[in-house]
Design a protein around this ligand. Structure first.
Ligand code: CO
Length: 310
């Protein structure tokens, strides 16, 4: 089968065959490589915005992916002081370092290496995410996952997932797979979400190994390399790059590593609903955003929290 596929090396579309395995599985091609945009957020935390706003439609239901890896405390010490959210979910996954979070409902938790926090911001909360260390490496990711219109105003909730609560397995090839959400090779992950059916894997490939992950052909999918480079359907994906996987009808991704590598594999079912983002608020219409700003400015986010505590 030959289809026009964007060739990131040539920066144009070329005809490429859909790669297939002996079992008849079809493997997705790489549509585009994205390096991300260096930026700073919160109180001066340096990070790379990998999934930027212009990719929200293409990667629906995912709204944002930030990657941070800072050795210098000056680049992370400020953390993310009190700020509001409404209308989506945030998934924070730590590789190194410790982050303390507090929210306006009185919840608090400590996120450490290999752990995750899954927060449904729903109708709104105010929270802070602050480093709990003064030196050393701080590394991790924050992914924003949209909520369907019917759930945007649900009561906020969150789950701290310690490292040992994230299911993992090792393939015959020695590939270690941590299943944060969705399922992989029959192993259910820590979180399931029926509306968007998100898949979130942390995959560690030893040198010379290959990993195949089935992904429904209708789901939007990408990988992000955070240690070393990999190869996907003949395309080299360099270190610290997102590869958007083509929606080319294939039902799996095949990832190979010549040298040891680590990456995230993320996929989900698109919501196909309007997306209107204003900073930390993501709704379906501009009127809902206006209402959100009114609610925030009139102190409704705090009031909701006080109500939840009594
Ligand atoms: Co936040």
């Amino acid at each position: 089968m030959r289809r026009p596929v964007f060739n990131p090396l040539a920066e144009r579309y070329t005809l490429m065959s859909t790669h297939s395995s002996q079992s008849g599985q079809q493997f997705r091609n790489v549509e585009r490589l994205v390096k991300g945009v260096p930026t700073s957020d919160g109180a001066g935390v340096r990070l790379t915005r990998v999934l930027t706003q212009n990719l929200q439609r293409r990667l629906d239901p995912f709204l944002m992916l930030d990657a941070f890896r800072n050795e210098n405390p000056e680049d992370y010490m400020g953390g993310f002081p009190d700020h509001p959210h409404r209308g989506f979910e945030t998934v924070t996954y730590m590789i190194a370092g410790r982050m303390r979070h507090h929210d306006s409902f009185g919840n608090s938790g400590l996120l450490g290496p290999g752990g995750a926090q899954w927060m449904t911001t729903g109708s709104g909360l105010i929270h802070s995410e602050l480093p709990e260390q003064e030196q050393g490496l701080m590394e991790g990711f924050q992914l924003w996952l949209n909520l369907p219109a019917k759930n945007k105003m649900v009561a906020p909730s969150y789950r701290d997932i310690p490292p040992q609560a994230i299911p993992e397995f090792t393939t015959g090839d020695g590939v270690r797979v941590r299943v944060i959400a969705g399922s992989s090779h029959g192993l259910a992950g820590a979180v399931q979400r029926p509306d968007t059916d998100p898949l979130y894997l942390d995959v560690h490939l030893p040198a010379g190994s290959r990993f195949v992950q089935p992904i429904p052909s209708g789901h939007n999918a990408f990988i992000y390399t955070y240690r070393g480079s990999v190869e996907v359907a003949g395309t080299a994906v360099p270190d610290r790059h997102m590869a958007i996987l083509a929606n080319d009808g294939a039902d799996a991704v095949s990832i190979g590593a010549h040298k040891e590598a680590r990456l995230l594999v993320i996929a989900g079912r698109p919501l196909n609903e309007p997306i209107v983002q204003h900073g930390p608020f993501v709704m379906n219409t501009t009127e809902q955003i206006r209402q959100t700003l009114r609610d925030y400015q009139s102190g409704k986010f705090e009031a909701a929290a006080v109500q939840a505590l009594v």
